[in-house]
Design a protein around this ligand. Structure first.
Ligand code: NOJ
Length: 765
């Protein structure tokens, strides 16, 4: 016993010393960095300092108007701090050479890119990835992305995108982790860890940039770049936690959003950038604008370029992406006394610190090893990981009569506009992908069945009927392959194929660029012509499996009512086709769970599980009551709730048990439940825990996710799953924006999705 105690004391002392020496080490490093930067800044002219704040686009990839020309000249003159979206280590090395060898102070550039869900090996779009609820895999995807991007010259990624989104009309819901702040926070941390690893100075880690700070996902009417307006209490409780989680995880940079908040665009919002992000959250990295964020404040109505640039700097923005407002106007503003030199120095220092932390001053070419670019990108190992991760992101929405999994035999009709389209598999924001190497569903099926089954392919429909709309979504090298034949001719061909087959796989939905940036939709149904195709296929009487491609929740009520099996595959990345085949044929049992609610129709939007109760809630089981909160023409229920997703097997939940009916302020409550795999397949299940705070000083949501565990159970196996709740888990921001818990009654729910749960109660004392 004594020895044991001694051991514990020694162990704790060692830990303490280690943490002290870690702190000491950090302090020494910071001192060295500060001395280096003091010395460097001592030599810099005002122009050179402003140059560090300037981030032009390389021109390889643009998402707005290009505003800079003669970039090489500017780099030589010390007027550029970094470049973004330039592809290849060789190009980056050449550009870096200009900065380091031809500019007066030899300051290296920082190279950023939108590495959003993988580099050349592409993982599922973030919304899909989040449906895996698998933090290890998500971190792994970011790690591989960092490995590949850094091998190709990139040291900074504009990711993770952590905007909470509850409006599927907004196309950029595809780029985030859905509607829930708790799940979003876990994912934000996993992504930052994956990109930055344990040491940013290594040559295979890259700096994360949390975006879009903040509330970009709450754009009014789901229209991209639109205004947001929100109470602080909602902001703090429901929208801000994932940004904070990413900052707490050590993200090195933050990108401010396009939208205004409280009437002030985020780019010039001092309360957001300085008071909240820096002072309250202690963020110590640098803040970059979004693409032309400063310039856009002219149209927001805040003044001319000089005025808005000064506002942005004063608010705490450090780097100007594309606008060139800092570069071209700040010296005049300084002369006029509208800004101070201190403010310029502060921003310049933060950019230089990022470069220092990345180790660029030690070796500006550390990411430009052409050998690495040849051997570490799109490797078979990375592609295998992408295939496995993609399969985990798919959500089985319906599977009547166990149509799935399919057997590789007989004749399979493969139809639909997304069945044979490699370019659309990686999804939005896959700027480094080689689309020709992506695996289409057709490829994947052929690989899976070999000569065991016959596949007959027919396109069946265009993605939409309207050629103009088709052209709008057939961009960025992702053609929709518009087919000129009349609709009925295409459908007839698909029906003929279906008649010859034992089963029909209908690959329908949205093409990749129907979601993502500037891809808002006011109608989130499956396009009419694709529905007609489904109707015709179903009329053949053959079993139809709908493989749904989408970058947002869709209102597929008709499809849910009529199609017997629906597998939601989002955009699975470069290996999508093989991953889909893995699931269709049962080599992988689907386990994805929705991270965003599917509405019955667009009129229900915004719809999310963690809503408030209102003073006139509907009675349980009713879908309309006069003078209650509801619609005349549609129930309040979603089509598919948050957390929903089926498996080829079935899981039974029983014996929800709490270790104590009371939780004290310093105590712990163990919530346990027995989960059994009662079906015929081995499979994974995401066990979800929610709570409800029944009485509060402010109204509280009807349910809030507080924990989840992804477990694997063999057929027939059962397991007791345990969660621990503490008082801290029950805290929220009250009307003074204090983060508190309030004693009283709570409900706890555990189940397979946010709707289908077992329930118990406890009291917080
Ligand atoms: C605009 C987008 O809003 C942002 O997410 C992206 O990182 C930048 N363009 C840079 O491409």
């Amino acid at each position: 016993m004594k020895i044991f105690r001694l051991f514990i004391v020694a162990f704790l002392s060692a830990l303490f010393l280690m943490s002290c020496s870690k702190d000491k080490l950090q302090q020494t490093e910071d001192r060295q960095m500060n001395a280096f930067i003091d010395d460097l800044m001592g030599k810099m002219t005002l122009e050179e300092k402003l140059g560090q704040l300037n981030l032009p686009s390389s021109g390889d990839i643009t998402t707005g108007e290009a505003r800079s020309s003669d970039i090489a000249e500017k780099i030589r003159d010390g007027k550029v701090g970094g470049l973004f979206n330039i592809k290849s280590a060789a190009k980056i090395r050449d550009v870096q050479k200009i900065a380091v060898e031809e500019s007066r102070l030899h300051i290296p550039l920082i190279f950023g890119m939108d590495v959003i869900h993988g580099y050349q090996t592409v993982f599922p779009i973030p919304l899909g990835l989040s449906c895996s609820w698998d933090m290890e895999l998500i971190e792994k995807s970011a790690r591989i992305a960092a490995q590949e991007a850094s091998a190709d010259g990139i040291c900074w990624t504009f990711s993770p995108m952590v905007d909470i989104a509850r409006d599927p009309r907004w196309g950029r819901i595809a780029e985030g982790s859905g509607e829930d702040a708790y799940l979003g926070s876990q994912i934000a941390k996993a992504m930052v860890r994956g990109y930055q690893g344990d040491d940013l100075r290594k040559n295979n880690t890259i700096m994360a940039c949390v975006k879009h700070f903040a509330l970009y996902g709450a754009a009014e009417a789901g229209r991209d770049y639109n205004t947001t307006d929100m109470s602080r209490i909602r902001m703090y409780n429901e929208y801000l936690p994932p940004y904070k989680a990413a900052v707490d995880a050590g993200a090195g940079s933050v990108m401010v959003s396009f939208n205004e908040i409280d009437g002030i665009p985020a780019t010039a919002n001092k309360w957001f950038i300085t008071d909240l992000l820096r002072n309250q959250w202690k963020f110590s990295g640098f803040v970059v604008t979004d693409y032309t964020g400063i310039f856009e404040m002219i149209d927001h109505g805040l003044g001319d370029l000089k005025t808005v640039s000064a506002l942005a700097l004063k608010a705490g923005t450090d780097m100007d992406m594309v606008s060139e407002g800092f570069l071209t106007t700040l010296s005049e503003s300084l002369k006029e006394g509208k800004i101070s030199e201190k403010e310029i120095d502060r921003a310049c220092r933060r950019v230089l610190e990022a470069k220092y932390r990345l180790g660029l001053f030690d070796d500006p070419y550390k990411y430009c090893d052409l050998k690495r670019a040849e051997t570490e990108i799109f490797t078979s190992e990375n592609r295998q990981a992408a295939r496995e991760i993609a399969a985990q992101s798919f959500v089985l929405l319906k599977n009547d009569k166990q149509i799935l999994p399919l057997q590789a035999k007989g004749t399979i009709a493969l139809v639909g506009p997304l069945a044979d389209n490699r370019e659309n598999m990686p999804g939005t924001w896959s700027v480094a992908a080689d689309f020709s190497k992506a695996v289409s569903l057709f490829d994947g099926l052929k690989n899976a069945v070999g000569n065991q089954a016959k596949i007959i392919y027919a396109k069946g429909a265009n993605v939409v009927d309207d050629p103009e709309l088709d052209a709008r979504v057939s961009v960025f090298g992702k053609p929709t392959q518009w087919d000129n034949r009349p609709k009925n001719v295409m459908i007839a061909e698909a029906v003929a194929a279906a008649r010859k087959a034992d089963v029909v796989i209908a690959a329908v939905g949205e093409p990749a660029e129907m979601s993502g940036e500037c891809s808002s939709r006011s109608n989130i149904d499956l396009p009419e012509n694709q529905r007609e195709l489904l109707e015709a296929l179903l009329a053949t009487g053959k079993p139809v499996v709908m493989v749904l491609f989408n970058g947002r929740p869709l209102s597929i009520s008709w499809e849910k009512a009529h199609v017997p099996a629906i597998l939601d595959v989002w955009f699975g990345g470069s290996e999508a086709g093989d991953a889909i085949a893995d699931v269709l044929f049962g080599n992988v049992n689907p386990s994805g769970k929705l991270s965003a609610t599917f509405p019955q129709n667009v009129g229900q939007v915004p719809i999310f599980y963690n809503h408030k109760n209102t003073g006139r809630p509907l009675a349980e089981g009713k879908w309309f009551q006069k003078f209650r909160s509801n619609y005349l023409d549609v129930p309040n229920d979603p089509l598919y709730p948050f957390g929903y997703g089926l498996s080829y097997t079935t899981f039974e939940y029983k014996n929800l048990n709490l270790s104590n009916p009371v939780l004290t302020k310093s105590g712990k409550l163990t919530v346990s439940v027995e989960v059994a795999n009662t079906g015929n397949y081995d499979g994974a299940e995401v066990v979800q825990l929610y709570v409800r705070d029944l009485v509060g000083s402010v109204t509280r949501p009807v349910k809030e996710l507080k924990g989840f565990q992804k477990i694997f159970l063999k057929k027939g196996e059962s397991r007791t799953v345990e969660f621990t709740l503490t008082e801290e888990d029950l805290r929220f921001y009250n009307s003074n924006l204090d983060f508190v818990s309030e004693p009283g009654e709570f409900k706890v729910f555990v189940g397979t999705n946010s709707d289908d749960v077992l329930e118990a109660g406890f009291v917080l004392k």
